[in-house]
Write a protein that binds this ligand. Structure first.
Ligand SMILES: Cc1cc2nc3c(=O)[nH]c(=O)nc-3n(C[C@H](O)[C@H](O)[C@H](O)COP(=O)(O)OP(=O)(O)OC[C@H]3O[C@@H](n4cnc5c(N)ncnc54)[C@H](O)[C@@H]3O)c2cc1C
Length: 500
């Protein structure tokens, strides 16, 4: 018997061993498996996943209208062409991943319903021991591996983030968080109030507007939106010419990255003009005289938070038709029938949707121990934002926040496979990042520079994340255009990786 998270569990006798264990069967875990098979053939591996199926984010979220907010040419893999329109529903993304599992023969490597609780490194054994609880029978199972590839995402899947709203307990209606959406929720002819104005709110509102009596988006402050048709002209033209899907995918991807580079550059160097263009785009979908200044003019620089794409302007069409409306104000208190605002205005609702984001979680809420000592992840220095000082044989896939996540997942996967092969060539079993003498006085910087990207969920929990320094390889750039050159060329013998 042993105690895991306060629960007594019975353990099975055998411990399975793999060269590599991948935590999570979301988009990054499947990507890791693909690259392992391609670049490190012969390495045994398994993916351990707490949920009953694959897909991660796209399985967890079931709210109305759930879709990507980035295009699937870049959010899809470099190695599997996307054949649809750029913005995809969760269902379409799951179908794409489902195909990838079959095409690449990965499905059989996944162990579903394995909730990993502990990860313990032993320098003596040169391996990780993972302890998981099985969801189907409650059994405790153990695995060992040489290398641990963390693809667990960056937020807690079991529950979303809801701030403590004053008086919430008085509200007689239903409060729902998009991350734990009741699939049988009946909102027909109901008054719905959505708190928040990020990508989730912008998705839910047009999807529900038709059926609700009325739906209101309540925001504290406005967000930038980028409205446009859900189509990619480059891909459409190439498809018309019968260009192979692989080429179409690659060319459309390069064009999107090229265009995004211009936007990123302009967000720093020409931000006022970019701001005006985005706002003008929004304005073009709204009725004459609509108060765009109040509801759709953010105070921050564009791109400091992900730009929420509004396909075909559907959010604004709901507003224009009168089915949806926007209120920009602060909550004074919840009441029995809705919300009282600081301005004194009252909003009535049957259902309140708290589109208030998620809880950042470092390392999948797994207890990490290294040679008997509990790991405090925040004490570590990020090595290229992939490996971490003092943590042997472990990599974490943290994708891009502005560019599509997967663009980084692909590059991290190539880097990890190169590292594993390099270790094989050297005949070593262990790699641990370590500061060089000249790195010891480096200034500490947050995991993600808030001047570069500043989303609420990151700001709330930045203190639990690793730190970065001010020089290579201790930088986590969050910049695709830098990483695409530096990561493939990274020197694995620069003195910051200690092998044994
Ligand atoms: C609603 C929503 C929309 C998004 N849209 C976009 C977008 O359009 N573009 C973009 O670039 N990014 C987007 N993101 C960010 C998104 O999370 C990533 O892009 C991407 O899906 C992450 O993939 P992942 O595989 O790294 O992590 P996840 O999708 O988070 O998957 C991680 C998996 O690990 C499993 N896991 C975690 N901990 C454990 C444990 N202890 N034991 C076992 N299994 C565990 C989880 O169950 C999950 O299946 C969005 C995020 C959300 C929440």
């Amino acid at each position: 018997m042993s105690i895991v998270a306060g629960i007594e569990t019975s353990s099975t006798e055998s411990v399975e061993h793999f060269d590599v264990l991948i935590v999570g069967a979301g988009i990054s875990g499947i990507d890791a498996a693909y690259y392992l098979q391609k670049d490190c053939p012969g390495k045994s591996f398994a993916l351990l996943e707490v949920q009953e199926s694959f897909g991660g984010t796209w399985l967890t979220h079931k709210y109305p209208g759930i879709r990507s907010d980035s295009d699937l040419f870049t959010f899809g893999y470099g190695w599997k062409p996307w054949k649809g329109v750029p913005i995809a529903t969760a269902e379409e993304i799951l179908t794409y991943l489902d195909e990838a599992l079959d095409e690449q023969d990965i499905r059989g490597h996944i162990r579903f319903q394995h909730d990993i609780k502990d990860a313990t490194w032993s320098s003596e054994d040169k391996q990780w021991m993972l302890l998981a609880i099985r969801g189907d029978n409650g059994e405790q199972v153990e695995f060992t591996c040489n290398f641990l590839w963390m693809c667990q995402g960056y937020y807690r899947h079991s529950e979303g983030y809801t701030p403590e709203f004053p008086g919430a307990e008085r509200f007689k209606g239903l409060i729902v968080h998009p991350q734990t959406w009741p699939e049988d929720l009946d909102y027909k002819d109901k008054n719905v109030l959505v708190i928040g104005s990020g990508a989730t709110a912008a998705t839910i509102i047009p999807a529900m507007a038709e059926d609700c009596a009325h739906i209101t988006m309540l925001q504290r402050s406005p967000t930038f939106f980028h409205a446009g048709e859900n189509r990619n002209d480059t891909a459409n033209m190439l498809r018309e010419l019968d260009v192979p899907d692989e080429w179409t995918h690659e060319i459309a991807r390069r064009k999107i990255l090229h265009d995004q580079k211009t936007i990123t550059y302009r967000s720093f160097n020409d931000s006022q003009a970019l701001k005006e263009e985005l706002i003008a785009g929004t304005k073009s979908y709204l009725p004459q005289g609509y108060d765009v200044e109040k509801h759709f003019t953010p105070s921050y620089r564009p791109w400091r938070q992900r730009l929420a794409f509004v396909p075909n302007g559907d959010l604004f069409e709901g507003i224009a038709s009168g089915k949806a409306s926007v209120v920009t104000d602060q909550i004074e208190t919840f009441t029995e029938n809705g919300i009282l605002l600081q301005s004194g205005e009252k909003l009535e609702a049957d259902i309140i949707v708290t589109a208030t984001g998620f809880n950042l979680s470092a390392l999948g809420d797994i207890n990490f121990t290294i040679d008997g000592e509990a790991l405090n992840f925040a004490d570590t220095w990020a090595h290229r934002g992939i490996l971490f000082s003092g943590i042997p044989n472990m990599a974490w896939v943290f994708g891009y926040l502005r560019t599509s996540w997967t663009m980084r997942a692909d590059m991290v996967a190539e880097f990890v496979c190169r590292l594993l092969n390099h270790m094989g060539d050297k005949g070593v079993d262990v790699v641990t990042p370590q500061l060089r003498e000249e790195d010891r006085d480096m200034p500490e910087r947050p995991w993600v520079d808030p001047h570069n990207f500043n989303a609420g969920y990151l700001a709330r929990l930045m203190h639990i994340m690793p730190k970065q320094g001010d020089r290579d390889p201790w930088l986590h750039t969050q910049d695709y255009y830098t990483d695409k050159d530096t990561l493939p060329a990274a020197d694995l013998d620069d003195g910051t990786l200690i092998y044994r």
